[in-house]
Write a protein of this length. Sequence first.
Length: 188
Amino acid sequence: MSKVSALYPGSFDPPTNGHLDLIERGAKIFEELVVGILRNTEKSPMFSLAERLEMLKTLTAHLKNVRIEAFHGLMVEYAKSIDATCVLRGIRAVSDYEYELQMALMNRKLEPTLETVFMMPADKYSYVSSRLVREVAQIGGPVKGLVPEVVEQKLREKLEPAYKFHDEMQEATARSSGAKEKKRKRRV
Ligand code: PNS
């Protein structure tokens, strides 16, 4: 059988544990896996392309058949340019299916020789998405366990004021409930 090279395209803004889980699974079944980060010109991403490249390179350094690259334009054209014969996409829940099916069929129309392969990340990541991670982190909320530690650190650096404010509020709430509890105990 000939060597199967796959492309795992996405925004990865930021990479999550779900993405990493899928990359590890993909690396086991494809001879070569290229993680293609979309150089997104329409949306303004939280992490620059350089930051996403750096994070993903660090996270996949242990996987010798995985390469991290950036691309722009049509995904199918990029896949062809790197000789990928498969596109890997993750499906977490039924809700992903409709969008993914539409995209896979459009890509098949554009390039009939390119196959889309769907894989499921571990069920513990089935609710994890970059969008929700960004939303939680922007309010200074905890993202431990949802993203790799390197990403968590980067989010903390980027959103330092939000984390500081959130931590101060938590401390203030803890102090005030502690004081209320003391008062209550004195009364009884
Ligand atoms: O991580 P995402 O944002 O769900 O990934 C979406 C991505 C990058 C795979 C998709 O938007 C894409 O392939 N964009 C490149 C432009 C393209 O080929 N569009 C046609 C898709 S049918």
